[in-house]
Design a protein around this ligand. Structure first.
Ligand code: ADP
Length: 654
């Protein structure tokens, strides 16, 4: 593709070549559209240098002679403020003349022409597309008005110089006196002179290339006060020092890394001052190759529930830092996980947009999700106290997962913990497995109750019969619980049953809810219920409560309290309703079922009350009390107080 003109007025060996058309187009577009983040040129050039070193490292396994007397790999960055140059030099594999023409004059990627045809001319859109395509070597032209490459292939005799101003053409010339590898010399643009600065360069190197497995070196800074400090290139006393740590921690094998090092690295990636609770470091090989190092923090961040807060892993591709907060590698409910994923398969210039649609990313996300869940599972088994500490901080977020991540629902359900009627206080929890292990012999459901607080849940009248029969009930009082339970219907094929609902059957009883699809099967139960509802007391109560309730019936679940309110099976839970109302949603009216305890002395006394007004007043109080007991708010609290005070007066007067 390139054209050659011998320019006889210059040295015989200088040739001018035209860039391949596609290369020319891409170069122009890149210079103009990627301008806003131009410091990445350094990442690209260091990455190329590191690749060149990797290639030589690989070749030298078979041909160690290639290394000659320069066996230590390094990438050196120097600058000269006066000459306005910045040089990135490596002692990698270098290039032959032909390789220079192919690699730096053309774009070998298949489909380049088609790709370029899709560009719109709209700078912002094109910038995204080009970012996806690959910036690479040409990004040098974002900061340089001329780029010079001097290179000597490993084992080659003849060095080559390539030079271009990034327009239509480049010059090529044989030169002597080079040592193995490649030097890229950037003649900086006036507005890019800030890159000829020790501090700036070091910080860019650390930001993007800290974990390149090769030392990226810069000249030591002269001691403070030295008048020659600016003239570092001429100061022969200066030596090179590595700017990066040169060995990516996650690339080392687990057995080589001390716990302390893992902890230090955690602080570096998370900006957390505390040690992590736990971590998992894994290398995956096969169809996809990647390494992950995932940390569980000890404490939930203050912005755990802020949807805008940055989250995600640090993404590296082949040990080159690509981006922070790569959120595509974990689901939202694992947003508290910190760490690194280092892929060997993704392109270096991968953008967030690409990450969102890339199948490889999806596979990695699925695998990392399972990895975290199994890390938690083994913590729960081996270190239950540590798991409890985790649960206290992050349990609610994990519940989001159990509700929304269908594929991992089972693993997530295993990780759930709940206080129960048989544990002591809100902080003592059990797993669903532990609950099932000790369930009553003929128990066919997992019973639970949702309320606003632990106290409301644990003292709910709905629990009386369960306590009496020694059946354990899960106590749920997190905001998310009612939603969670609307998503979870079963665990290990055993159904969850809300004890506040209409159709609760106790262990050993036929579950009429299960039969209700079958018209004939329900008959018996229904008839029984009808009978109860038509009892004279139920009828009197129905009249007294009028339109406040859907139904009135004697209760099977009360043993101590006089009355309770029961939700129809289809009705929205009390907590969910409150949340919806608080968010300004108009909710349809929903009436509870009023259940009374015919054995209770109050009810027995009521039954013999002949004054209908007084009867209605007392029933009204029972209704309001039942509502209070489940943490509900009274429609007319003033009326309740008045009624109660009237009764108190009666009592005192009598
Ligand atoms: P990419 O790195 O994506 O292939 P680049 O445009 O960055 O694209 O580089 C093109 C090619 O030039 C590289 O594939 C490599 O063969 C060669 N190259 C670039 N920099 C160097 C270097 N420092 N040493 C040896 N070869 C290099």
């Amino acid at each position: 593709m390139s054209e050659t003109t011998n320019q006889s007025e210059q040295a015989e060996t200088v040739e001018t070549h035209n860039f391949q058309t596609e290369a020319k187009q891409l170069l122009k577009l890149m210079i103009h559209s990627l301008y806003s983040n131009r410091e990445i040129f350094l990442r690209e050039l260091i990455s190329n240098a590191s690749d060149a070193i990797d290639k030589l490292r690989f070749k030298a396994i078979e041909a160690p002679d290639l290394l000659g007397d320069d066996p230590d790999y390094h990438i050196d960055i120097t600058f000269d403020k006066d000459a306005k140059t910045l040089t990135i030099a490596d002692n990698g594999i270098g290039m032959t003349r032909q390789e220079v023409i192919t690699n730096l004059g053309t774009i070998a990627k298949s489909g380049t022409a088609e790709f370029l045809a899709t560009l719109t001319g709209d700078q912002a859109k094109d910038a995204q597309l080009i970012g996806q395509f690959g910036v690479g070597f040409y990004s040098a032209f974002m900061v340089a008005d001329e780029v010079e490459v001097r290179t000597l292939g490993a084992g080659a005799e003849q060095g080559v110089r390539w030079r271009s101003a990034g327009e239509d053409a480049y010059e090529l010339e044989d030169i002597d006196g080079l040592s193995r590898g490649t030097q890229v010399i950037l003649h900086l643009q006036e507005d890019a002179l800030d890159f000829a600065d020790d501090f700036r360069l070091r910080s860019v190197v650390r930001k993007y290339s800290d974990h390149i497995g090769v030392p990226v070196r810069m000249l030591q800074q002269t001691p403070p006060g030295d008048p020659d400090s600016e003239e570092q290139a001429q100061d022969t006393t200066l030596e090179f020092e590595a700017v990066n740590s040169a060995k990516a921690l996650w690339t080392r094998s687990r057995s080589e890394v001390e716990d302390e090092e893992y902890k230090e690295f955690y602080k570096h990636v998370s900006h957390d001052f505390e040690d992590p609770l736990s971590w998992s470091h894994n290398r995956v090989e096969g169809k996809l190759e990647y390494t992950s190092l995932l940390y569980i923090p000890k404490r939930a961040p203050f912005d755990l529930y802020n949807r805008e807060a940055p989250r995600g892993l640090k993404l590296y591709v082949q040990r080159v830092f690509i981006m922070d907060d790569a959120e595509q590698f974990l689901p939202l409910y694992l947003r508290f996980i910190k760490g690194v994923v280092d892929s060997n398969d993704l392109p270096l210039n991968v953008s967030r947009e690409i990450l969102q649609q890339d199948d490889r990313v999806t596979s990695i996300r699925n695998a990392l999700t399972k990895r975290v869940l199994s890390m938690l599972d083994s913590m729960a088994k081996k270190e239950p106290e540590q798991y409890q500490a985790f649960w206290d901080e992050f349990g609610e977020v994990l519940k989001e997962g159990a509700g929304e991540d269908f594929a991992n629902r089972e693993a997530l359900s295993k990780l759930l913990r709940f206080a129960t009627t048989k544990t002591d206080g809100p902080a003592k929890t059990v797993s669903l497995d532990a609950y099932l292990e000790r369930k009553a012999e003929n128990q066919e459901s997992i019973y639970y109750i949702c309320a606003e607080t632990y106290e409301t849940a644990s003292r709910s009248p709905h629990l009386e019969v369960f306590k009496d029969k020694d059946v354990e009930v899960l106590l749920m009082f997190d905001r998310i619980d009612e939603w969670l339970m609307s998503m979870l219907t079963q665990y290990n094929d055993i159904s969850f049953v809300d004890v506040m609902r209409d159709d609760v059957s106790l262990p050993g009883e036929v579950n009429s809810a299960e039969d209700s699809d079958d018209a004939e099967g329900t008959e018996g139960t229904k008839e029984g219920a009808e009978e109860d509802e038509t009892s004279p007391l139920a009828e009197r109560i129905t009249t007294a409560l009028a339109d406040k309730v859907e139904k009135v019936r004697p209760s099977k679940r009360l043993t101590q309290s006089p009355a309770c309110l029961v939700l129809a099976d289809y009705a929205m839970g009390v907590q969910m309703r409150k949340i919806m109302e608080a968010s300004g949603q108009a909710m349809p009216e929903s009436k509870p079922i009023f259940e009374f305890n015919p054995e209770h002395p109050l009810l027995q006394r009521l039954d013999s009350e002949s004054d209908e007004d007084r009867f209605a007043e007392l029933v009204g109080i029972l209704f309001d009390q039942a509502s209070l007991a489940e943490g509900g708010t009274l429609a007319d609290p003033g009326a309740y107080v008045e009624r109660l005070n009237r009764l108190l007066l009666d009592l005192l007067d009598s």
